[in-house]
Design a protein around this ligand. Structure first.
Ligand code: HEC
Length: 240
């Protein structure tokens, strides 16, 4: 505690002793020193000896801070040794095979991805009567069940998803290449499913039930069409 002493009658304010003044002064100096030191530290973090993107460097003769990549550098996950899985093309032509084996899991994943990404426009059946175009679209998506698209090579379908087609946007960045192929496989399965006949059943395999006959148009799959009363017809599979 600083000692207080009464001075004169005119100045009745308490006064600090010489010792206390010294203490106060050294405290202020210490405080200033601390501020000065800590602010210097902060500045150091802000002004670092580094190069910002595209900043000039006096260190290299070409004055570019970015250095060219070492020859043969490959970015992670961008080693495309085989181009077919990423383009669907062999040379300039579209290939017509899957770049990996077709399994039940592949088909299931393809159906899931198709229903998420494509069915809003192309419908669950792929007839082009999806919900989005039903609200007005400058050009309707085509049905997959046309001779031209039924014959289209798988690589072509992959290309349409990868690069878009006409007013259809591309899905290169939203859907990984592997999933795009799985969708392609599912689109081909949809095409086969809409045109299958009894003749397509492998020999020796039993047909579990007769295909149903519908009295109303099959529609987009959003609602079930009305089924005809079971008859003893020897009809082939429904053709659209
Ligand atoms: C936003 C709506 C929309 C979505 C989503 C969409 N498409 Fe399309 N698609 C279209 C339209 C519209 C066309 C017709 C484009 C044109 O003729 O300009 C088309 C055309 C196509 C064609 C036919 C190309 C040809 O040669 O005629 C295929 C195949 C196709 N789409 C597949 C897909 C697949 C697979 C997906 C899912 C990954 C998908 N589309 C998602 C709207 C869409």
């Amino acid at each position: 505690m600083p000692r207080l002493r009464k001075n004169s009658r005119r100045d009745s304010r308490p006064r600090l002793s010489g010792r206390a003044k010294l203490d106060a002064l050294s405290a202020v100096v210490l405080l200033l020193l601390t501020i000065a030191l800590s602010s210097a530290c902060r500045l150091d973090m802000h002004v670092q000896p580094k190069q910002n993107p595209f900043s000039r460097s006096d260190f290299f003769p070409d004055q570019r801070s970015e250095r060219p990549l070492v020859e043969g550098t490959v970015a992670r996950s961008q080693l495309y040794e085989d181009t077919y899985p990423y383009t669907g093309r062999i040379g300039g032509n579209f290939g017509d095979y899957m770049p990996f084996p077709l399994t039940k899991e592949v088909m299931e994943r393809g159906r899931e991805r198709y229903n998420i990404y494509c069915s809003p426009c192309h419908s669950l059946l792929g007839d082009g009567k999806g919900f989005v175009p039903s609200r007005g679209f400058s050009r309707m998506p085509p049905s997959y069940h046309t001779p031209r698209l039924e014959k289209a090579p798988l690589g072509y379908l992959f290309d349409v998803i990868t690069n878009g087609y006409g007013i259809m946007p591309d899905y290169r960045s939203q859907i990984a290449a592997e999933d795009r192929w799985k969708i392609v496989a599912y689109v081909r399965a949809l095409q086969l499913s809409q045109n299958a006949t009894k003749a397509d059943v492998p020999p020796g395999q039993a047909i579990p039930s007769e295909p149903p006959k519908f009295v109303t148009p099959i529609g987009s799959g959003a609602t079930l069409p009305a089924e005809a009363a079971p008859a003893s017809s020897s009809a082939e599979g429904e053709r659209q």
